[in-house]
Design a protein around this ligand. Sequence first.
Ligand code: AMP
Length: 302
Amino acid sequence: MSLLVVGSVAFDAIETPFGKTDKILGGAGTFIALTSSYFVRPVNVVSVVGNDFRTADIDMMKSYGIDTTGLQIKADGKTFFWSGKYHNDMNSRDTLITELNVLGDFDPIIPAEYNDCQYLMLGNLSPDVQRLVIERLPNRPKLIAMDTMNFWMDIAMDSLVQTISMVDALIINDGEARQLTGEYALIKAARKILAMGPKTVVIKKGEHGALLFQGEEVFFVPALLLEEVFDPTGAGDTFAGGFMSYIAKTDNPSFENMKQAVIYGSAMASFCVEKFGVEGLLGLEQSQIEERYAAFRKLVAL
Ligand code: AMP
């Protein structure tokens, strides 16, 4: 089933206790689209980059079945740049630099061939842009999910709340859920978010797994105990990509199927953190994904 991904396509510079990178390929849209390519193809993308973006990166995306017709290349601008530094526990980080560049005045033009979109994943990006995409699609998709970040809560809270009210599912991390709602207890935070509009809320807790809420129902999936965690950048986006593309693949947005989807999202995120940037998501075999899925099920089976 057709999946449309909207989100930043970026350059990231990352520092972890294990090393430091120069500008490497990153961005929420990139992580989501690459992950989704293991479940559905083509993956349609709407985003924007600048004149400094590498053709090799676009070619790489295309080789993963990502349709880049909706990826605008601005000849007079620079690609979005983000830099972050992880603390020793790798579960928290500081943003050092956010340069919006071409993302600052991005007009999300949706190619006509994406109009039949059944599943829409709005990755981290300005809430104004996320909302414009919903408004511009001629038919409402079966499921609209969105992710966001503290950055947008700090500078565009009103717009963010408006966009949240228009989606079916919000996927955010625990710190962001607390910032958004002013509630420390995640059950209270989830309830407040559900009251804002979305029928489903997923709260990611980094190395402590993820929680899925719908109505009075709650489902929990832990994270695998990985021996190597090099770089958590993009793990949240990867989770969202796995979650949404599994639902798109199975064409089933029911709560029962979302439980499977959070396991696939977590399995994909476990690959992401094992290497720097998007590297952990490249060249995976379907059998590796199924092995991780089985490892998750075994972890919690009685
Ligand atoms: P995550 O680790 O899943 O929270 O996502 C990290 C990715 O989000 C990086 O690749 C960044 O390029 C991207 N990112 C960071 N800040 C923003 C922002 N304000 N808007 C859009 N994307 C962002």
